[in-house]
Design a protein around this ligand. Structure first.
Ligand code: DC
Length: 227
């Protein structure tokens, strides 16, 4: 079967990364969580008090940022390194979640991240999830999926993820407001807003188990890989 590029976009916490990870494992593809790159950049900006309103400060900060992925055997996915430090846990903290959409809306930040993402897709055999993968990063991807799910289902899933990592202090309402606010910023920003590419297939996974979802997507992959 030909190796293809699989672009997965959709709203926050609707299971894009879980699906991308499962798919990559099944197909022996590389999985890249593009949101982790924006989160790592946001973490650097937070830790270094970068003034988002000042283009020169943003550009200077980006010059000091090196992002890499390293495979984590236990998780079965790649962890992100920010200047050689593993920040996979730090980038999932609420302070980063609350800040990242604003950082991801900055043109210089997107140019920086998209160039690296496109480089990773050159050899195909990649599953990348994010917000602009089918529209901007890989407009020629053989398979584009736009994932959505009911907001309360998404909040429950995100809460469980946070609880599993030991963060039990956060409430349903706080998570819900964060998701709504991020979806709004991501969908209304000027550059590469979140939207379904015209040739993307829509997948509402509110009532699907992970296995059901994987089977649906694997059928799509089979159709597109044999063309
Ligand atoms: O997928 P995530 O929640 O980890 O993404 C974090 C933020 O990064 C999200 O609010 C939107 C932004 N993002 C983006 O603008 N473009 C991408 N390709 C991936 C994420």
């Amino acid at each position: 079967m030909n190796k293809i590029v699989i672009a997965i976009d959709g709203y926050s916490s609707c299971g894009k990364s879980t699906m991308a990870k499962q798919l990559a494992k099944k197909l022996n593809y590389i999985f890249i969580d593009s949101g982790a790159m924006y989160r790592a950049i946001a973490l650097y900006f937070l830790n270094n008090n970068v003034n988002l309103a000042d283009n020169n400060s943003v550009a200077a900060a980006l010059n000091n940022i090196h992002l890499n992925f390293v495979y984590n055997e236990v998780e079965g996915k790649s962890d992100i390194l920010l200047n050689n430090e593993n920040v996979e846990t730090a980038i999932r903290e609420m302070r980063v979640s609350e800040y990242v959409s604003v950082v991801a809306a900055i043109e210089e930040v997107r140019t920086f991240a998209v160039a690296q993402q496109q480089q990773m897709g050159i050899s195909k055999g990649i599953v990348m999830d994010g917000r602009d993968i089918g529209t901007t990063v890989f407009p020629n991807a053989e398979l584009k999926i736009f994932v959505t799910a009911d907001i309360n289902t998404r909040v429950e899933r995100r809460l469980k993820e946070l609880h599993d990592k030991g963060n039990t202090a956060i409430s349903f309402e706080e998570v819900k407001q964060n998701l709504i606010s991020r979806d709004h910023i991501d969908s209304t920003r000027a550059i590469s807003p979140l939207r379904q590419a015209e040739d993307a297939v829509l997948l509402d996974n509110t009532h699907l188990t992970r296995e059901e979802q994987l089977n649906i997507v694997l059928n799509w992959v089979n159709e597109r890989s044999s063309n």
